[in-house]
Design a protein around this ligand. Structure first.
Ligand code: PXG
Ligand code: PLP
Length: 454
């Protein structure tokens, strides 16, 4: 899938100076150590299939699907063509009281692959917006039903639900929360499910911890069910280090939610679109939530887009009152943007043609064996995996948490591999087109770096 660089583009780049020679002062980079980065920038300039190229022309194997989003691999022709054609045909259509055909086509296509009964799709522009939208839907749903006392939202420790105020409130990452004041009121958290003492080096779903779902009963006893609107969890926590749900945990959460009339939201921004071996983790784990948030893989990362997928009954509850009135006072200027819809349709075509939404289940065994072969390497204290996602946890350097993992990140980058770190955890989530030989390459590059970092 390598393709030659367009000489005209190269010329243009030289004329303005390569990106690396532009002043770097103005761009305040997100979630980045800005000063460190600007002293030794890592710039990506081209991508195809399983690879990036950097500004020096080095080839980089993508072990992270960009940032968990490029599930079909980079610059895939159907997606590129769909975006190009749409850009020339129609740039923008107002999404409020107006629309365009691809928005409806895409919603149908998403509903087709969603869990049975989840067939209403609300479009947004990111995972963070999907989370805000789902939380607002949950609150409004209860109010429309006449149970407006259900205002409390429950998240989970070590959850990541994006960076907007609702998402950080229900989220469970202290660094993402502590600087930002009081956030939303009326939020509580379940305990996280990470239990290295009982579950370290488990292949797939850990055996221990289903009972942690009973935390929800504890919160119901504390707050009363009549005050709780929804619980939001990631089926597999991604950003906080690949935390795979213990066997039976998600079902137990579902059962307790049902018992108390609480909505269950699965945040599938990472797990959606094939990462776990089915289109959604809800299907992989056999547990159907009331709302699913997704983004990333929806457009293969090519154009920003997210969505909330709702059960029909939630949608239908809103559809009352006079027909000329807006039922849900929510939406974004760029909801169902034509370019994003085109990219998503091209993406879903690519997934379907290549069987990518279930390919992770075929590759999972090989991937598991490969990542678990890192057990026994220096400082590796846990290896976790599911589908095509893996987490390797390292013991921190004393007094310098996160440094060991980041040193390894820099080392493998030098060798030509992109991965993601969080704390002292290395996360792997290659594009779903990854071949066995590339899994081997990823793991061997990692092994070398782990040894060097010892
Ligand atoms: N929910 C989940 C479960 C996510 O993983 C979001 C919401 C927010 O999506 P947006 O599109 O607003 O970023 C995410 C995003 C990492 C990392 O280091 C992961 C994400 C974002 C940035 C970094 O693993 N996931
Ligand atoms: N701020 C102002 C002043 C606006 O007019 C709008 C949208 O019209 C927004 C914020 C929200 O922007 P968006 O719909 O892109 O989220």
């Amino acid at each position: 899938m390598n393709k030659p660089v367009d000489p005209a583009l190269m010329q243009a780049a030289e004329a303005i100076g390569s990106a690396g020679t532009h002043p770097m002062d103005a761009h305040w980079m997100p979630f980045t150590a800005n000063r460190q980065f600007k002293k030794a920038p890592r710039l990506l300039t081209r991508a195809a299939g399983m690879h990036y190229w950097d500004d020096k022309g080095r080839q980089i194997l993508d072990g992270a699907a960009g940032l968990w989003c490029v599930n079909a691999g980079h610059t895939r022709p159907r997606i590129v063509q769909a975006i190009q054609a749409q850009a020339a045909e129609m740039d923008f259509a107002p999404p409020f009281q107006m629309s365009h055909p691809k928005a409806f086509e895409l919603a149908e296509r998403v509903a087709e692959i969603a869990p049975a009964g989840m067939n209403k799709v609300f479009f947004v522009n990111s995972g963070s917006e999907a989370v805000e939208t789902a939380l607002k839907m949950a609150l409004a749903y209860h109010r429309v039903r006449g149970e407006g006392s259900r205002t409390r939202l429950i998240g989970r420790e070590r959850g990541y639900h994006g960076v907007n105020f609702g998402g950080i409130s229900v989220g469970g990452m202290v660094a993402n929360r502590k600087m930002f004041g009081t956030m939303l009121g009326g939020v509580d958290h379940l305990r996280h499910t990470h239990d290295p003492v009982r579950n370290a080096f488990t292949v797939g779903q850990p055996a221990h911890g289903a009972e942690l779902a009973d935390d929800l009963e504890r919160l119901v006893a504390l707050h009363d069910a009549s005050t709780i609107a929804a619980v939001i969890v990631e089926p597999i926590a991604g950003s906080t280090g690949v935390l795979v749900p213990p066997q039976g945990y998600l079902q137990r959460l579902r059962d307790i939610c049902d018992k108390h009339g609480i909505l269950l939201i699965f945040d599938e921004v990472i797990t959606g679109f094939g990462r776990t071996g089915q289109p959604f983790a809800a299907q992989t784990f056999g547990v159907t939530p009331d709302l699913i948030t997704c983004a990333k893989g929806l457009t293969n990362g090519a154009v920003p887009m997210g969505a909330v997928i709702a059960r029909q009954k939630i949608h239908d509850t809103f559809m009352q009152g006079p027909e000329h009135l807006i039922e849900f006072y929510h939406g974004y200027t760029y909801s169902a943007h034509p370019l994003a819809c085109a990219a998503a349709l091209g993406t879903l075509d690519t997934y379907a043609e290549e069987g990518l939404l279930t390919r992770a289940s075929e590759m999972a065994g090989y991937f598991a064996q490969a990542v678990h072969s890192l057990k026994g390497e220096p400082n590796v204290i846990d290896v976790r995996n599911f589908g095509l996602v893996g987490g390797i946890e390292l013991s921190p350097i004393e007094g310098q948490p996160t440094k060991r993992a980041f040193d390894i990140f820099l080392d493998v980058w030098q060798q030509g591999l992109l991965l993601r770190t969080t704390g002292d955890i290395l996360a792997l989530s290659p594009p779903l087109i990854v071949e066995r030989s590339q899994i081997d390459q990823i793991v061997e590059m990692l092994r070398g770096a782990i040894r060097r970092a010892a």
